[in-house]
Design a binder for this molecule. Structure first.
Ligand SMILES: [Zn+2]
Length: 401
């Protein structure tokens, strides 16, 4: 099986690279993924997937098989913006190819992972690698706006074909991992702080109650919490962290004392911490009339579906001895002839829902180096793209046994 897969991967190398470059050329900012969705749907259909659907949200799902073991592959179709176009050496939407590397927005986060999982289905079909498993390849929307939101909604609503009852045995996330096996990540929560005061003219500040001054001590205390490492700790995922990232006031002009001030905190959660425990901790340590709330998002998908969710994401860690991690390691060894590296992610993924909230065993493995994500030299090595696709084509057989 491995030998045939190697041969086919060699023959199809150029076609897979072309597929990735086309995906990069189709701009797909969050809530505007329709062109990529249509292209992915067409590619899955042409590859002979048993069922291909676009759900009400706009996610594309391709199913192969109806076997007992249910495996979900997950990649997001959206990308972040490009920032200042002048900071790009190559056109971010060209899919520039140079010396075995592909450049552009989404090259690493995560159109290469998306291309590889979609193409793996094609190879499974071409080589007849179906077994006692149901594989669904998911291309989801709006991950960059709220990880876990679209896959979570599809899972809860029964939109995932072949898995409508909600049972999924294993999730494989194709986010960039430099081809390492990722077994967890910290969670996070976006917290809004608000302070109230009383406005008056800026020439007589003593007549009012400046809400910014009420908020200011909270900013200092947040810094102290970070400096003194007063947050949770886990030996694998490390410390929780906290950062004050934005502050605004209601001041109607530059000579008005503001009657309200609002700030935001980016709080990363390690194992043992939850969004709720993080808020309680702030209330205890800062208090002082400041109100703490979890930030929410309400985004309309390109199909007009409202995804409402709190920006609160739980940490997760896959058991070292789990069946899923063992299958991942075995696939890696059989394909690449050595032991795979197991580590954890620094950034956040759909695993906050699949594992953190839904409790489904979740593993990460994807092409590309994480540090290039969201940068203007976003890039992926072609060889990593090919290797990842081979891994995804072989993995279900090793998982199903
Ligand atoms: Zn990503």
């Amino acid at each position: 099986m491995i030998k045939k897969l190697e041969e086919l991967a060699g023959q199809e190398r150029e076609e897979l690279i072309r597929f990735l470059r086309r995906l990069i050329s189709l701009k797909s900012y969050s809530c505007h993924e329709e062109k990529v969705a249509e292209f992915v749907e067409k590619t899955m259909t042409a590859a002979g997937y048993d069922e291909v659907i676009v759900d009400q949200i706009g996610n594309v799902f391709g199913r192969i098989g109806t076997g007992k073991n249910r495996i979900l592959y997950d990649a997001h179709m959206d990308t972040v913006g490009i920032g200042d176009p002048a900071s790009w050496e190559f056109d971010p939407f060209q899919g520039k190819r140079k010396d075995g590397v592909i450049y552009g927005r989404g090259a690493v986060d995560m159109k290469s992972g998306l291309a590889a999982i979609v193409w793996a289905g094609r190879w499974i079909k071409m080589l007849g690698l179906e077994g006692d498993y149901t594989l669904v390849v998911a291309a989801v929307v709006q991950e960059e706006e709220g990880e876990g939101a679209s896959i979570g909604e599809a899972h809860r609503q029964g939109f995932i074909p072949g898995m409508e009852d909600g049972r999924i045995d294993a999730v494989l996330l194709a986010e960039p991992s430099n081809l390492e096996l990722k077994r967890g990540q910290r969670g996070r929560v976006e917290i809004r702080l608000s302070a109230q005061g009383r406005s008056c003219h800026g020439s007589m500040p003593e007549k009012g109650d400046n809400a910014l001054y009420r908020l200011a001590p909270a900013i200092i205390k947040v810094k102290e919490m970070e400096d003194k490492k007063q947050l949770g700790f886990d030996p694998v995922l490390g410390h929780g962290s906290i950062a004050f990232t934005r502050c605004i006031s209601s001041s109607g002009s530059l000579n008005t004392i503001p009657d309200s001030a609002t700030g935001w905190i980016d709080r990363r959660l390690t194992l043992g911490e939850t969004p709720g425990s993080a808020i309680e901790e702030l209330e205890k340590k800062i208090g002082g009339g400041i109100k703490f709330e979890v930030e929410h998002t309400d985004q309309e998908s390109y199909r007009g579906y409202h995804l409402k969710m709190p920006k609160a994401f739980r940490p997760w860690l896959l058991d070292e001895d789990s069946r899923l991690l063992r299958a991942g390691k075995k696939t890696y060894e059989q394909l690449f002839g050595r032991e795979g590296t197991v580590s954890t992610w620094v950034f956040s993924t759909d695993g906050v829902y699949t594992s953190g909230a839904a409790g489904i065993p979740t593993l990460g493995f994807g092409p590309g180096v994480e540090k290039y994500a969201h940068t203007s030299d976003e890039q992926v090595e072609e060889e990593q793209l090919i290797r990842a696709a081979k891994f995804y084509a072989a993995f279900p057989m090793f998982y199903a046994g």
